[in-house]
Design a binder for this molecule. Sequence first.
Ligand code: SAH
Length: 340
Amino acid sequence: MSGTAAERLDRFMARANAAYYAGRDPFADFTTAPEITQAFGEILGAWAAVTWQAMGAPDPVLLVEAGPGRGTLMADALRLVGRVAPAFGRAIRLHLLETSPRLRASQAEALSGTGVVPTWHDRLDTLPDGPFILLANEFLDALPIRQLVRTAGGWMERWVEGDRFVLRDADVQPVAVPGRSVAQGDVLELCEPAMAVVRHLTERMSRQPGAALFLDYGSDRPGTGDTLQALRQGRPSPPLEHPGEADLTAHVDFPLLAHLAREAGVAVHGPDGQGAFLDGLGLFARTERLAQGRPPEQARALADGAHRLAAPERMGRLFKVLGLCHPTMALPGFGREEAS
Ligand code: SAH
């Protein structure tokens, strides 16, 4: 990527990430929960099966994953579902939201042994209608953000010129989130694609059974601040340098997304800490089962993986889980205390 004309931050981020996901193996630069332990995808498969029951066991049901990466989460989830909830397994119509051709190929390969053939989409609005369950792990953090700056003269916006930021007048207002106060000089992030995802899903949920689970990093309290970050060759890197060679992400604004969903009249669960959520759904029990009869180093790797996902000082607290569903449905796994 090149060019010196100023570009709005979200457009810069969209371009940089599209080039990055299309051209590189992102998983050489970072490790996500499903790549850490198979128990993660299995627990989410079990969660989806219980959620399907809570929806009244519709057949068919759309199982949707947004940003499936290598397809590992879904392969682990489907394997578990096939064993413990075969009726759910038979009802599933699998839809994957993925823009990277390269990752689509990885997903096809990961899922080839499951007997389930996915349909891929570039956008949510091409999904067929009907009851659905959506899973998204580390999807929202990859979506492009805008950054607004509160100044004495009103809202300004950060644009990218070369490898630095410049300020322009903003042509958009931030969404007011209950409990958030903004002082002069504060940066406020706005992830319009994430807001569009929530609006799309809540519109569907208001007229048919549906549930969505977002796992990602971000705060559970309304806040402000610049959270844009880049990982290049496994290491933090200045976000505006080397576009297309680094993974650009930002914290997910869970309070804003929860607020939008509430306004739309759907039920909101969490955001809870990922550790409490996974522990409550049996991450450690499942890990022990998996470790039984395995060589000690494999058993240790499984235990370490579970610890990494759930311990508060690792991913257990920074990562949050947000559940949205049709207003009359229950969702399993929420409202637990943090794992110790
Ligand atoms: N969920 C996976 C991968 C996380 S990486 C895991 O946990 O391992 C982010 C994923 O979102 C990648 O699959 C990337 O290609 C996809 N993605 C990023 N932006 C997207 C967009 N705008 N539309 C669809 N998929 C996108």
